[in-house]
Design a protein around this ligand. Structure first.
Ligand code: AMP
Ligand code: ZN
Length: 498
């Protein structure tokens, strides 16, 4: 790839800095910055992941498609990317200011199940959605917060030893006054909040912005998930979880950290405070945040039922990739409004592009190179803070341009799709099956080979024995054979992969 970028941008150096310069908007500086990684060609990236107490809706999935476009772009620029998306299965409270109930405990109680049962179920559903949106899970690490309790306790201890933490009757808190740059991400104004501008629910905190590193279980509380610690039985705070997993899996300094804009004021400022207090050096070079999605003009709220899930899009006979296409039509930093009309439009556009790709352009494919003028514009748009709407618009100009040969268009679309991830090449033999359709309907269309059935039986056995690691590995093997496992309350079913 780089050779083609080089050809277009006229450089004989392999360093991507001499090609189309990647520019990203960094929330930390509030400006567009040229991307320069910490180490030569390796990029460490962390994306704040889902809290698995409920199914992820189409708003929740936007951050991962944005992170995927970012990853694909970095790879196209010849960087190797180590990517982590955490699974939050403990410690995320119903209020970001460390009050309220743990979302996992509340979710489990509501469903009459264990926290780990629902964690596994919604993690699996999340994985299915990632697969259907064209995100290659085999390239990503998915650590679960409950698997890193020891690491989290160690960080809290380190902060305590350095004098950054204090104890209250309900936990260990980080003293934000000890961290001079507190609130620097997004320039959060903390001044007005000291004199009681914000109603403070926890009177023992020294400062309204102080946040829990470790919460103690209440004497009468029947928590499902709690661990012994030097401070007593309890559970980790949500913010320390991300820092512990980053330190363990990526190192003490990383290149890129992403999340939705809601994470800027509290979660990410807290991560910075605790991490930099421990290491004394910059935690993250580039902070990138996606804007919110609303549905039919209204805020997405599970409580009012104003939600849409990917399976509902498939239920209407639309391709899951139509949602990905729809996401790409807006810049990741622009708010986006989901409507059924818009996703139907995206589905029609994707269908048309796929048809042109296979029926009009593929006939002459041969060894043609991608159209150079198009590639230059396309890469320039992507390098400009992932301007996918501009890149997509340029794709349609290419398609309609009669002066360009079909073969050059075909090659150009293949190159562009490495970043867009619409799965053009994979779509050749797709019968539009609903990947979420009921078991019975699926049986009519899918003949399952015996080796896949055996793998599924093994996976069911592993799941019954709560060996979720093995179950995950088997799921991957089944996926490699072209089948998606869907877990339902009645058991697991197989779907032919879209
Ligand atoms: P959660 O599972 O609530 O922690 O959310 C998972 C991710 O989705 C986080 O990065 C949130 O910032 C993001 N998010 C939540 N709601 C929306 C929305 N309506 N639009 C875009 N991103 C969202
Ligand atoms: Zn996080």
């Amino acid at each position: 790839m780089v050779s083609f970028l080089k050809k277009i941008f006229g450089s004989n150096k392999t360093d991507a800095q001499h090609l189309a310069k990647l520019q990203f908007y960094n929330t930390l500086s509030g400006t567009l910055e040229t991307f320069i990684p910490l180490s030569d060609r390796k990029v460490k990236m962390y994306n704040c992941g889902p809290t698995v107490y409920a199914q992820q809706h189409i708003g929740n999935m936007r951050p991962y498609v944005f992170a995927d476009v970012l990853r694909r772009t970095l790879e196209e620029w010849d960087y190797s990317v180590k990517q982590v998306i955490n699974i939050t299965d403990v410690g995320h409270l119903t209020s970001d200011s460390d009050t309220g109930e743990d979302k996992m405990e509340a979710g489990a109680r509501k469903l009459g199940r264990t926290a780990q049962e629902i964690a596994h179920e919604y993690t699996e559903k999340f994985f299915t959605d990632l697969d259907l949106l064209g995100i290659d899970r085999s390239k990503i690490l998915f650590p679960r917060a409950t698997e890193y309790i020891g690491e989290q306790i160690a960080l809290v201890k380190a902060l305590e030893e350095k004098g950054y933490a204090y104890k209250t009757s309900d936990g260990i808190y980080f003293d934000t006054e000890r961290f001079p740059g507190y609130g620097k991400l997004g320039h959060i104004d903390i001044s007005g909040q000291k004199d009681g501008a914000r109603v403070e629910e926890n009177k023992e905190k020294k400062n309204p912005h102080d946040f829990a590193l470790w919460k103690l279980s209440k004497p009468k509380e029947k928590r499902q998930q709690e661990w012994s610690s030097p401070w007593g039985k309890g559970f980790p705070g949500w913010h320390i979880e991300c820092t512990a997993m980053i330190f363990k899996l990526l190192g003490r300094q990383i290149d890129i950290h992403t999340g939705g804009i809601d994470h800027i004021p509290v979660h990410h400022n807290n991560e910075i405070a605790q991490a930099e207090s421990i290491t004394g050096k910059q935690y993250v070079r580039y902070w990138m945040h996606n804007e919110y999605i609303s549905i039919e003009g209204k805020k997405i709220a599970k409580s009012t039922g104003n939600t849409v899930y990917l399976y509902q899009i498939a239920d209407r006979g639309l391709s899951p990739r139509a949602l990905r296409y729809l996401y790409l039509t807006a810049h990741y930093r622009s708010p986006m409004n989901f409507t059924w009309e818009a996703v139907e439009g995206a589905n029609a556009a994707l269908k048309r592009l796929t048809r042109l790709f296979f029926e009009e352009f593929s006939k002459e494919k041969g060894d043609a190179l991608p159209d150079e003028r198009f590639m230059r514009d396309f890469y320039t748009a992507i390098a400009d803070d992932l301007d996918t709407p501009r890149a997509l618009a340029r794709v349609w100009e290419l398609v309609k341009d009669d002066s360009i040969s079909a073969a050059a268009k075909y090659a150009a679309l293949i190159a562009a799709d490495r970043i867009l991830g619409l799965g053009l090449e994979e779509r050749k033999n797709i019968k539009l099956l609903n990947p979420f359709a009921k078991e019975k309907e699926q049986e009519k269309i899918v003949e399952i080979p015996t080796d896949v059935k055996t793998l599924l039986d093994e996976r069911n056995t592993a799941r019954s024995a709560s060996d979720f690691e093995k179950a995950d590995a088997l799921r991957k093997q089944i996926l490699e054979k072209g089948y998606e496992v869907k877990d339902t309350p009645e058991g697991s079913t197989l779907l032919a992969k879209q």
